[in-house]
Design a protein around this ligand. Structure first.
Ligand SMILES: Nc1nc2c(c(=O)[nH]1)N[C@H]1C(S)=C(S)[C@@H](COP(=O)(O)OP(=O)(O)OC[C@H]3O[C@@H](n4cnc5c(=O)[nH]c(N)nc54)[C@H](O)[C@@H]3O)O[C@H]1N2
Ligand SMILES: Nc1nc2c(c(=O)[nH]1)N[C@H]1C(S)=C(S)[C@@H](COP(=O)(O)OP(=O)(O)OC[C@H]3O[C@@H](n4cnc5c(=O)[nH]c(N)nc54)[C@H](O)[C@@H]3O)O[C@H]1N2
Ligand code: SF4
Ligand SMILES: [Mo]
Length: 881
């Protein structure tokens, strides 16, 4: 029987229809869910591959000792209570995540802000949405997302500002591609020519951190053209004159703006014209906007343009901050951010009194607590002495990760709730709490368009794992707060939450009033619904009547001045390091790396560079490259591409100590934050690159995951395959280093096929366990190593053939042309070479390629890349400015 639930990855919030059989799972897109209408992307499609119990944390642990829940709960409650008694409520903190459910969020927030009495609960949405939240509050009076996905179908123009939707919100992007086929235009504002940009009508590859200048320039241009909606402004907006005065402070001529933003004048003018002429415009903004010391200003500059043109609250027209995590919105609603109290109420006296009355706890937080980056600073300097981390991996995902690591190592008491047993953060936990994962828990999430969807349970709870809300409630009860935390089910938590949104609510748009009495049956059967919820049902679009949640009901335009990034590049660090996502991985890879097909498109840490920046440094395509900043160093594989701006480099954020200790991005990222939102500037840190110049390289295939041998300075990364783990490594040492690695990796027993040529610096070993292949080791000092995939596939065989053995020794698959080209389509495992062959064979469209090879025919995430291969074959590759 299939169950309708929601995908646990991105903020699109796709509906999934899933049928479980034991731990096996079949998933399809839910055709009834309004967010995706049956589609899923590569990550959603592979969900079934990520639900095994391999590597799960299934029992509470204190140190390395398995303990009972009651002992773990007592320990957490005891240490928190003791710390609070000695050092006050602000000496403890919770750091939570947009990947817990609304019920979990509500429980954690209530405990911290209503019972412990501190504001110190913040969420990883601080790294993600905080700037947009502040921009919304300034403009609309509350953190309200005006639009809905239908607007993306109806718009005639969609502007993507720092948003690589083709990779990060693939299903929405498919929807917009369909609209584009009907005539919708796309403009992408991004320093990189991403797949989103590649497919667009116009790409503005702006210089890093010049968005405010660009959007201010657009507004000035609209004013000059008379394209401002004066009647709308007069009726519904304040602050217009202040913004006009601010704009007058700078030269707003298109040529000056084009020069400052580093874009071609003709492209800038084309954008301005298109924007002026297209009333039905949606401006999507994401991490290229938010993750900046000007994050709030970027958001305000975008909202100003929409308010001035009245393009808000109308079908097909709105500014649209798109959320990253499945429940980023739920966190913002319940109060998971240190800067709001709960239910879109802040810390003013009236709200504190109201929420305090509602909760009935002993102590209500006096004011905002520590924001994420500040919170870990406070851990570092001892102000915070006990921290509970839930559903996030800050040792990987916070900026200046080396400092975060040191802070946790020195913290007297660290609690981590997670579903997996091994993360970079868990190694610092004094207490590890096993949480139920997706498919095991029940609750709700809110997607980017304010739509609440039920996540439903598909499997029985494994081991002793428990729902996050329940873990919190048990600790609260052990701290003596049982009265406020006596829930028996997530439905009860949700009801209380819905009741709070409606409590003494005369003006708050966030209102789930009719759900405050929802029965357990109705909660189980809940259909996706967009808040605010009235007796008539959900609400698709906000502000249709031009009324905002400000005291006078008017929206506010906010003057913003363009500034540079926090830290300019310098002769020592001449490049701008930008970071972000790859198509098939999710953040710190704890789940996507369980699906080998999601590890093929971007198998290992890389750094993208413009060939003109790489050439003079002697860095070629595929070379191991050091990326250095004032904070740290990483080593990644160089990818040379003119899709990267000169002077900028890009690294994915995903790799961790578990997968690639030397390939982590965040030890490099400066912890500079927007002073209002507290959001870090992940998209810009001054950096330099150098060739790594390894003296030898190798790889190692084994059935288990291995860490780099201790005591050696190697570049090491692990790449999961279906039947084995591939470990790639390189070093700068001599033959002794190679010998030490060989010693650490070889088996002590079993048959071995060995080919050793010390003079040439190469070694091949294949170790057998009976007839099965058990380990393979290849080294070389010459540089050439054979393709790995066919070797990895040999691990699936129960017994090797004589031909396999010979092939192992010569390092080549006999008689078969090797296709070692990169995987383009993760769903169907189609490589670029096959697609190129199909193009040569006459396939001239993405659909034709799909018919011939299967590529792009499932989730469609790779369609932009296929289009690029077709374009490249015709020689009409566009070049970045
Ligand atoms: N595959 C995949 N999808 C995901 C996620 C994932 O981990 N993997 N994570 C989810 C989450 S939590 C989030 S927050 C979203 C993020 O989704 P996106 O915001 O689309 O993703 P990013 O790659 O972080 O950054 C977007 C773009 O900002 C650009 N950028 C950098 N600097 C600037 C600048 O100064 N100005 C402008 N205009 N652009 C700039 C970058 O080049 C990058 O292409 O993705 C969600 N979806
Ligand atoms: N350099 C750089 N760094 C970035 C960014 C960037 O663009 N560049 N983006 C930032 C952004 S936008 C984000 S959102 C963050 C994301 O960064 P993180 O939140 O640190 O990344 P995740 O891997 O999603 O971590 C989620 C953790 O929760 C666990 N988990 C999953 N489900 C559950 C559950 O139900 N309960 C519990 N208790 N645990 C669970 C997972 O196993 C995993 O360990 O990274 C930020 N860091
Ligand atoms: S777009 Fe992909 S990752 Fe995002 S919710 Fe849909 S299926 Fe999941
Ligand atoms: Mo995010």
């Amino acid at each position: 029987m299939s169950v309708r639930t929601a995908c646990p990855y991105c903020g699109v919030g796709c509906g999934v229809s899933a049928a479980a059989d034991g731990r096996a799972l079949e998933v399809r897109g839910d055709p009834e869910h309004p967010a995706n209408l049956g589609r899923l992307c590569s990550k959603g499609t592979a969900l079934g591959k990520t639900v095994s119990l391999e590597g799960r944390l299934l029992h509470p642990m204190i140190g390395n000792r398995r303990v009972s829940w009651s002992e773990a709960t007592q320990r957490v409650a005891g240490r928190f209570a003791e710390t609070i008694a000695r050092h006050g409520p602000d000496s403890v903190a919770f750091y939570v995540s947009g990947q817990i459910l609304t019920e979990d969020y509500y429980a954690a927030n209530k405990l911290m802000k209503g019972f412990i009495g501190s504001g110190n609960i913040d969420t990883n949405s601080r790294l993600c949405m905080a700037s947009a939240v502040i921009a919304h509050k300034l403009a609309f009076g509350a953190d309200l997302v005006p639009g809905c996905y239908e607007d993306l179908d109806l718009a005639d123009l969609v502007v993507f500002s720092g948003h690589n939707a083709a990779w990060t919100h693939p299903v929405l992007f498919r929807r917009m591609e369909a609209a584009r086929a009907r005539g919708q235009r796309h403009v992408v504002i991004d320093p990189r020519r991403t797949d989103t940009a590649e497919a667009a009508d116009l790409h503005l590859p702006l210089a890093p951190q010049t968005d405010v200048r660009l959007w201010n320039g657009l507004l000035a241009d609209l004013m000059r053209r008379g394209a401002v909606d004066r009647a709308y402004v007069a009726a519904h907006v304040s602050g217009f004159a202040d913004v006009e005065a601010e704009l007058a402070q700078a030269d707003q001529s298109p040529s000056a703006i084009a020069a400052d933003c580093g874009v071609a004048l003709a492209d800038l003018e084309a954008f301005f014209r298109l924007f002026a002429e297209t009333p039905k415009t949606v401006s999507l903004f994401s991490m290229g906007a938010n993750q900046s010391v000007q994050g709030v200003a970027k958001g305000s500059a975008i909202l100003n343009v929409h308010l001035a043109t009245g393009r808000i609250g109308k079908p097909g027209a709105c500014p649209f901050s798109i959320t990253g995590q499945p429940n980023a919105m739920g966190g913002r609603e319940t109060g998971g951010m240190a800067t709001t109290l709960a239910g879109h109420m802040d810390f003013d006296d009236a709200a504190r009194a109201r929420v305090g009355r509602f909760w009935g706890g002993p102590r209500i937080a006096a004011g905002p607590g520590l924001k994420a980056v500040d919170m870990f600073d406070a851990v570092a300097d001892g102000r915070v002495k006990a921290i509970w981390i839930m559903a996030t991996n800050p040792v990987v995902s916070l900026p200046d990760a080396g400092r975060v690591r040191a802070a946790l190592a020195a913290c007297p008491f660290v609690v981590v709730s997670d579903c997996v047993a091994e993360t970079d953060t868990l190694q610092f936990a004094h207490v590890k709490l096993p949480a139920l994962a997706w498919g095991e828990k029940d609750g709700t999430v809110t997607n980017s368009e304010r739509r609440i969807t039920r996540q439903r349970r598909l499997f029985d709870p494994p081991g002793e794992a428990r729902a996050d809300w329940r873990i919190v409630a048990d600790v609260a009860t052990a701290m003596g707060f049982g009265d406020g935390f006596g829930w028996r089910s997530p439905a009860q938590v949700f009801r209380e939450w819905a009741r709070l949104t409606a409590y003494e609510n005369t003006s708050r748009v966030l209102n789930l009033g009719p759900m405050a009495t929802i029965s357990p049956e109705a909660y189980d059967a809940l259909e996706p619904v967009q808040w605010p919820v009235t007796t008539a049902g959900g609400t698709a679009r906000l502000f249709e009547d031009g009324q905002f949640q400000t005291p006078d009901g008017r929206a506010r335009m906010v003057p913003v001045a363009a500034r540079g990034p926090a830290e300019a590049t310098s002769p020592a660090f001449p490049l701008s390091l930008n970071t972000g996502r790859v198509r098939d991985h999710w953040h710190t890879m704890t789940r996507t790396a369980l699906a080998p097909e999601l590890c093929r498109h971007a198998p290992e840490p890389y750094v993208e560079l413009h060939p003109a920046d790489a050439g003079p440094l002697g860095i070629g395509e595929g070379a191991l490259t050091r990326v250095q900043t004032a904070h740290g160093e990483a080593i990644a594989v160089a990818r040379l591409t003119d899709r990267q701006r000169r002077g900028s480099v890009f690294m994915p954020m995903h790799w961790t100590e578990v997968f690639a200790p030397s390939g982590r991005a965040n030890p490099l990222v400066a912890p500079r934050i927007d002073s209002r939102s507290g959001q870090p500037e992940f998209k810009h840190t001054p950096a330099r690159v150098r060739a790594y110049r390894e003296t030898w390289r190798g790889f190692f295939l084994a059935r288990d995951a291995w860490r780099a041998p201790a005591g050696l300075d190697l570049v090491w990364r692990r790449i999961p395959h279906a039947a084995c783990q591939l470990h790639e490594f390189a070093g700068r040492g001599d033959a002794r280093e190679r010998a030490a690695v060989q010693k650490a990796l070889t088996r002590k027993t079993g048959d071995v096929l060995r080919f050793d040529d010390p003079a040439a610096g190469s070694l091949r070993e294949a170790w057998m366990d009976g007839d099965r292949l058990d380990r393979v080791i290849f080294f070389t000092t010459a540089g050439a190593l054979p393709p790995r995939d066919w070797l990895a596939d040999l691990f699936a065989a129960e017994a090797l053939t004589a031909a396999d053995r010979t092939a192992l020794l010569i390092g080549r698959q006999p008689g078969q042309a090797l296709d070692a080209s990169p995987i383009v389509c993760a769903c169907r495992g189609v490589r670029s070479q096959r697609i190129e062959t199909a193009i040569v064979g006459g396939c001239a469209t993405v659909d034709a390629i799909g018919e011939a090879t299967g590529a792009g025919a499932n989730c469609g995430s790779c369609r932009p890349e296929i289009a690029r291969l077709i374009a490249a074959s015709k020689g009409d590759v566009r070049h970045a400015a």
